[in-house]
Design a protein around this ligand. Structure first.
Ligand code: SAM
Length: 282
């Protein structure tokens, strides 16, 4: 079988149960991501390129290497390979509609003196979420405001890509209106690079959502979308509490379209705006 361009013999990558548990623990302790007992196929697909690159025979050999030599760099590669980085421009359009129709008109009024706004894309992956927000803000005529968009992720690999702001044709075909592609991207060979006007609003940093975040705020809006689904209930609750601390009073938290938060009434009021669910910080 071919995985990520590497030729891999599927018979060479069956994972022994103690190694499966070892990998689950590695991923959990480094990211908080819970990978259930039925994710054998996911480990095989995602780790096959690393096994092949290192000239090893199987994932079991990879586990032996990690256990024996405590190879920090390989350990990091393994953990990062197990993060799911799926993202695209203007994902969950109802969120952007709510931002345009309710949040920005309010903020424009409230901040007309300071003209300063702060946003956070808290599991930014390759940057489409933060850059979509940047384009949406520019489209709303805020180019002469002081705008900061912090974009963070636990994976250095995706952050490196995000900083480059170069996207393949298939990536700009997903969710991005043609008018914005023409207006904000420059084509360079096979890739599309975002213009400086969009990029300069966004700053990328590596950050684990399980660490203390209070010092990052205050933000007017936090996107924490399509990442909580990978955490257990305890981690999720701890993160939601921390996110609340980073928001200004009345600031918005947006979760992924299929994600719901429970037992958060103390910190947030849940509001429906059009087709979007918004968690408003108390
Ligand atoms: C599916 S992507 C979501 C991207 C974007 N928010 C969206 O909705 O399109 C999830 C991202 O969460 C990141 N992630 C996983 N665990 C994390 C953690 N503990 N701290 C910060 N980021 C994490 C992954 O590296 C991945 O890039």
């Amino acid at each position: 079988m071919t995985v990520g361009g590497w030729n891999v013999s599927s018979s060479s990558i069956a994972i022994q149960s103690e190694n499966y548990r070892f990998l689950q623990e590695q991923v959990y302790s480094h990211t908080g991501i819970v990978l259930e007992d039925d994710k054998q196929y996911l480990f095989e697909c995602r780790l096959a390129p690393i096994v092949s690159q290192l000239g090893l025979g199987s994932i079991n050999d990879l586990c032996a290497l990690l256990r024996e030599s405590r190879e920090a760099e390989v350990g990091c590669q393994v953990v990062e390979a197990m993060t799911t980085n799926e993202t695209y421009f203007f994902r969950d359009p109802a969120h952007y509609d709510a931002i345009r129709s309710v949040l920005l008109p309010r903020l424009k009024q409230e901040r007309r003196d300071t003209r300063k706004l702060r946003f956070w894309s808290a599991a930014a992956s390759t940057g489409q979420e933060a850059y979509s927000l940047s384009m949406a803000l520019l489209e709303e005529g805020l180019s002469d405001w002081n705008i900061q968009i912090l974009a963070t992720d636990i994976s250095s690999r995706v952050l490196d890509r995000a900083r480059g702001a170069c996207f393949q044709q298939i990536e700009v075909n997903r969710g991005l209106p043609a008018a914005l592609l023409v207006k904000y991207f420059n084509r360079s060979g096979l890739v599309w690079q975002l213009s400086e006007a969009v990029r300069r609003l966004v700053h990328f940093e590596k950050l684990d959502l399980r660490q203390s975040m209070a010092a990052l705020g205050p933000f007017d809006l936090v996107f924490c979308r399509n990442v909580m689904i990978y955490f257990d209930a305890e981690t999720k609750q701890k993160i939601l509490k921390e996110l609340h601390v980073t928001l200004s009073s009345g600031g918005w938290l947006m979760l992924g379209g299929s994600e719901t938060a429970f037992d958060i009434e103390e910190w947030f009021e849940r509001q429906t705006i059009g087709n979007a669910i918004v968690y408003v910080a108390r």
